[in-house]
Design a binder for this molecule. Sequence first.
Ligand code: PLP
Length: 349
Amino acid sequence: MASSLLHIDLDAIASNWKALDAKSGPATQTAAVVKADSYGLGADRVARTLLRQGAKTFFVALAEEGAKLRQAIGDGPEIFILSGHMAGDCDMIADLDLTPVLNSPEQVKRHMDVLPEATFGIQLDTGMNRLGLEDADWRALAPSLLEKSPSLIMSHLACSDEPHTGMNERQLAEFTRMTDGTGLRRSLSATGGLLYGKDYHFDLVRPGIGLYGGRPYTDATPVVTLSLPVIQTRIVEAGETVGYGNTWQAERRSHVATVSAGYADGISRRLSNNATLWAGDTACPLIGRVSMDLITVDITDLDGTPEEMDLLNAHQGVDALADLIGTIGYEVLTSLGARYQRRYSETLG
Ligand SMILES: *Cc1c(COP(=O)(O)O)cnc(C)c1O
């Protein structure tokens, strides 16, 4: 029996990056956000693929992620650490040439105390109130920070998936006001802001989810296929029930397949009686509860017994699955567990 297979199409990631790079235009550099192991898909492989496409700048969340990435991609490309300079990270930042994005007066002080000559970026808070220097801190610190020529000044949009609230415009105006005249390389936008057009591009854009086939970049080429092997099938007579809690009852004589993967593999239990698996291009309902390692599927309407069934594919992407359980594609991707065999496809060159 084959094991559960998470297939990751590196060509699709490359083509999504190129398409986003084309949208951001020649005056704007397109970086790649590969935090959380490239949203669960494997930062080493993704970053090496994007390097070959011409990406030169990468963003991760933590210094540990940056250290691992540096070992995978070698010296040269710039690696920004979004959480900034945290206590204990000094050696990693220095030894592996990582660039912390300083987020607070405390981080500025820490960085200047321990690595006064090392390169850094700055994050400003323009309304999200999560990370970044507030306006007053920035005004106080700007003279001394600007003297050190930070390699980037950035902020982050809180509502880039909601175009009509006015929040994006307010943050754009605030960022522009806080950074005009600094002469620094500027960055405001992730995938969402990138798609709003030129005003939001500045010198560098930071797409993440758009590379991996998720909203809001709805034109993305699909990236992941999740194929789960069928372990066993049985006939269930009308009136019989399937799975924990007897939550599904056969209304007709049914052919039921049990496939290998469950909530321990990041397949939400909220998909119980509420999702579709695919046998090639044919949709089959997930029936009963998702258990820790197993899922049951009604395959009565199929001609034969498939060897595997797909939970994610070109028919049902990460957002479709996310919608079923009231979350976002980001969470679906990053929840995919470690038990899958990962298979990458890439046409080199
Ligand atoms: C995660 C993140 C990104 C990438 O966001 P996407 O919506 O995935 O494109 C960019 N910038 C910051 C600061 C982030 O935290």
